[in-house]
Write a protein that binds this ligand. Structure first.
Ligand code: FAD
Length: 313
């Protein structure tokens, strides 16, 4: 008879949960853990509390040959209506920050906005742009998150990675400087699917706390004014096409307010597909395809999704 690897996984998770090393849910609906508020049940969702607990879970899953994916705050993903066959691991309970001499070290699960606040508390400038980006440090490094002329590539000097397939390095180690392969909304970690970001090292400059705070407040006010923050979404749905503002193309294609089921092109900001009213992943994907088609047809420009689409299997 074919073995069921979940029968071996459950006692491991139970033991680790009892020891306070993680939390887990079997048959976990993913919608509450995605900023789109969309997604059916994952077989398991796990929240390790520490790096060592995360590494223990990863090694058990590897041994049992169970599919897994890592997420932070779920603010740049679209989970499938059918959920996820395997184990989704969320890093958000791994949130240690260390500070010394202008350098912040943050676990992958640290809130990116929280890291900007910590930088302000230490009188450090360089992370103001992160204030208001609703992701984790791991997700921000993976995506090379950025806003208003700031980008993670400008401040993240080193990423600690677990890389079981040795695509980037052997086992656990540091990927530094240019080797992090940062480009527009991309990093080398996107080409190493098994690699797991454990944390980042941020080199910042001393600044004037009042000026740092004023800049953060200004950027947050601009977000509130321009973005449909009152609806669930995953932020900008598409990447910028070289030489174009994608939101402008979508607006000029006459798509503002266009709807498929409960998904809508935001009337406030055409670059955002929002979950207006109980949207499914299928609604969002169909709308995305319609937008791409119209933009190619009307302007001859191919646009690429920034949101990561996570298949059920
Ligand atoms: C309202 C709103 C505004 C936004 N504004 C911006 C903005 O101004 N600029 C911007 O760049 N983005 C923005 N975003 C998008 C999003 O917040 C960023 O991309 C963020 O960096 C994603 O972080 P996350 O922790 O939520 O990642 P998730 O959505 O959890 O994951 C994103 C990708 O990263 C991978 N990943 C996450 N953590 C790890 C890890 N530890 N190891 C390996 N892979 C990992 C996941 O597998 C997935 O492929 C916005 C989103 C929303 C909803």
């Amino acid at each position: 008879m074919k073995r069921n690897p979940y029968q071996e996984l459950v006692p491991i998770l139970d033991r680790m949960q009892a020891a306070g090393e993680l939390e887990y849910i079997q048959n976990a609906p993913l919608a509450p853990y995605s900023s789109f508020r969309i997604g059916g049940p994952a077989d398991f969702a796990v929240w390790p509390h520490t790096r060592s607990a995360l590494l223990d879970v990863l090694s058990a899953l590897r041994e049992l040959e169970i599919r897994r994916d890592l997420f932070g705050n779920g603010s740049n993903v679209l989970f499938a209506d059918e959920g996820y066959r395997g184990v989704v691991i969320f890093t958000t309970k791994m949130n240690r920050i260390l500070y010394r001499d202008g350098i912040l070290w943050a676990d992958a699960g640290v809130s990116f906005t929280g890291l900007a606040v910590r930088a302000l508390q230490e009188g450090l400038t360089g992370l103001e742009f992160a204030y208001g980006i609703p992701g984790s440090v791991g997700g921000a490094i993976y995506m090379n998150a950025g806003a208003y002329d700031g980008e993670i590539s400008q401040v993240c000097v080193e990423t600690t990675v677990y890389d079981p397939n040795h695509a980037l390095l052997g086992g656990i180690g540091e990927v530094t400087g240019a080797a992090q392969g940062f480009g527009y909304r991309t990093s080398v970690f996107q080409s190493a699917p098994e690699a797991v970001i454990l944390g980042g090292k941020f080199r910042l400059k001393s600044g004037n706390p009042a000026e740092i705070k004023a800049k953060m407040d200004d950027l947050m006010a601009r977000r509130r004014e321009k973005q449909p923050l009152e609806y669930p979404s995953a932020g900008s749905t598409f990447k910028r096409a070289p030489g174009y503002f994608t939101a402008k193309l979508i607006h000029e294609a006459g798509l503002k307010g266009a709807m498929v089921g409960g998904a809508q092109v935001s009337e406030k900001h055409a670059g955002f597909v929002i979950n207006k009213d109980g949207a499914t992943a299928r609604d969002v994907l169909t709308l995305i395809e319609q937008i791409k088609e119209q933009v190619v047809r009307q302007f001859g420009v191919e646009i690429e999704c920034e949101v990561r689409i996570i298949p059920a299997e």
